[in-house]
Ligand binder design. Structure first.
Ligand code: NAD
Length: 265
């Protein structure tokens, strides 16, 4: 067996949270690799702009507005994507938010909102994608956007760490249930990537921890990396592309850490 294929030609991918940051870049890289891409996001205008960028570069794409924590919106969004681009072969459940606070001050409403987006969203999108992937034994790949926080803990991030650990369980169950039907799953676990989600945390953490923003970057975010470097958008997208295009179930149920050595799990 030769493992040289990194093409997604003929495949349709749906990427959630794809109007910004990691999801946006994934959508662009998957389109460059030949996939038709449903660019799904809460932010309709942002999703449409990324889809237009792909189309302008000669690819196939569709902006799809959906709140991943709302079952009716997810089902309607997948139906639009399938009608416009064909059955879904690759799902990237990427949409996410961050809320930082010590546990004793963490509002229950914030806990529920974060889990609804990360975990309910991953579950609902998986269920919707399986309608395509289980049809006629087509098979497919589901990539969950975990984090180094799928394996490690940090102060102030109770809901986020709990949600990202939870994705490992969902991915492993899907690998077992979907195996016989040609469906594989993985959890991508990036270290810190400079996106709006991280840029917003720097001043928040500086305030909570009583240190400068520079110290948050140097001594909190990148302290345990081997080279003091941020993970890049392309580091994540290229790893996702490799897993999405991998031809067999030799790789399934895995979590892959992309973190400059911060975590070696
Ligand atoms: P981002 O803020 O740049 O993008 C997140 C996108 O998700 C936004 O476009 C937003 O509109 C969308 N979104 C939010 N709530 C949604 C909902 N309910 N339904 C649909 N879309 C919704 O963030 P990012 O840094 O690109 O993060 C993307 C994913 O990567 C998240 O799951 C995050 O936890 C994970 N992650 C990020 C980092 C990092 O350092 N940036 C590291 C590890 C993991």
């Amino acid at each position: 067996m030769q493992i040289t294929q990194t093409s997604l030609k003929g495949k349709t991918a749906l990427v959630t949270g794809a109007a910004s940051g990691i999801g946006r870049n994934l959508a662009l890289v998957f389109a460059q690799a030949g996939a038709a891409v449903a660019v799904a996001d809460l932010n309709q205008a942002g999703a449409d702009a990324v889809a237009q960028e792909i189309v302008a570069a000669g690819g196939r794409a569709l902006g799809v507005a959906m709140d991943v924590s709302d079952e009716a919106q997810v089902d309607a969004g997948f139906a639009r994507a399938v009608a416009g681009l064909g059955e879904i072969d690759v799902l990237v459940a990427n949409a996410g938010i961050q809320i930082v606070n010590p546990i004793e001050q963490f509002a229950f409403a914030d806990w529920k909102r974060l889990l609804a987006i990360h975990l309910d969203g991953a579950f609902l999108c998986t269920k919707a994608a399986l309608r395509s992937m289980y049809k006629d034994q087509r098979g497919g790949v589901v990539l969950y956007m975990g984090s180094v926080h799928s394996h490690e803990a940090s102060p102030l991030k109770s809901a986020y760490v709990a949600a990202k650990h939870g994705l490992l369980g969902l991915a492993r169950v899907l690998a077992k249930e979907g195996g016989a039907k040609g469906v594989r799953s993985h959890v991508l676990c990036p270290g810190f990537v400079r996106t709006p989600l991280v840029d917003n945390q720097i001043p928040e953490q500086a305030k909570e921890l009583g240190i400068s923003e520079q110290d948050v970057v140097r001594n909190v975010m990148l302290r345990d990396t081997v080279d003091g470097a941020f993970t890049t958008l392309d580091d994540v997208a290229q790893t996702a592309l490799f897993l999405a295009a991998f031809p067999t179930a030799a790789l399934t149920g895995q979590s892959i850490t992309i973190s400059h050595g911060w975590s070696m799990n």
